[in-house]
Design a binder for this molecule. Sequence first.
Ligand code: AR6
Length: 322
Amino acid sequence: MPLRIVRNDITTMRVDAIVNAANESLLGGGGVDGAIHRAAGPELLAECRGLGGCKTGRAKITKGYRLPAKYVIHAVGPVWQGGSHGERELLAGAYRASLELALEHGCQTVAFPLISAGAYGYPKDRALKTAVDVIGDFLLAHDMTVYLVIFDRAAFSIGEKLFADIAAYIDDRYVEQHTSPREEEYRRAAAFAAAPMAMPAGLDEALDRLDESFSQMLLRKIDEKGMTDAQCYKKANIDRKLFSKIRSDVHYRPSKPTAMAFAVALELPLAEARELLEKAGFAFSHASRFDIIVEYFIAHQNYDIFQINEALFAFDQSLLGG
Ligand code: AR6
């Protein structure tokens, strides 16, 4: 999956490059910077001394020395001064410059900390949003796996409005589920009424009447939307190998998060999203927070997979795609 939000100590990550939240001197400091220098050893500082510092909003690259990562990209984020001093652009610049350096050095996997969100005081939810926006844009045009490493989950929250809305939606659905046994009766009656009137004469005949498969429906919808395959799987945050598997195996059964990710990437209205899920043998369940969150976004026609993943993450759910 091209963008993953994970909890980890970035110095332990086996990726091509880890990104350091450095300061303009590039000569080390506290926080993640201190941890990276400690883990990489004194050779890292020696190389940094030769770089002549780095401007805010930019980045420079060194080797990783004793780290499992091959490179360290030293990015300098802005100090938060209330938000009206170009902080967002500078932070976005630091992410973009790092991604460009990673690309130039042939990196396929890169891990970022939440730049500026510690000592530099950038509000974590905004820092996360900027990171996700910039990385998301970049991944639409490039094949790379990017990890956003969140160290401190307790302090993590998404935009308050979004959070409150989803919480309300979840509560409503749970209440509905638990206080309305008649609804279940109604659902069963409706399912009974919709049952096929005549049984097929034989099993062979029934099998001959196999419906369009998930893979067939997916490829058809991609064409109908005028998308290319790559546009679709990138938007779904699904890697190319998995997509080729689905493409070449007409009976491929994707996981539920994968099927949902495609429904989001295709911007399907809720009824069509349900239909696509059904092809893979799934349904939105109101007994699952994961399903309710994804359904909420689709019902509100918000198809931003990175925002959906932020919300899933905030509610401790696994993420869409991959
Ligand atoms: N792995 C992943 N994330 C971490 C780790 C770790 N090992 N340690 C901390 N974080 P900060 P900044 C998170 O303060 O705000 C330094 O002194 C942390 O929870 O490291 O950009 C530099 O030299 C936070 O979310 O960086 C600069 O002077 C995020 O990393 C200044 O701090 C960034 O916190 C830069 O401040």
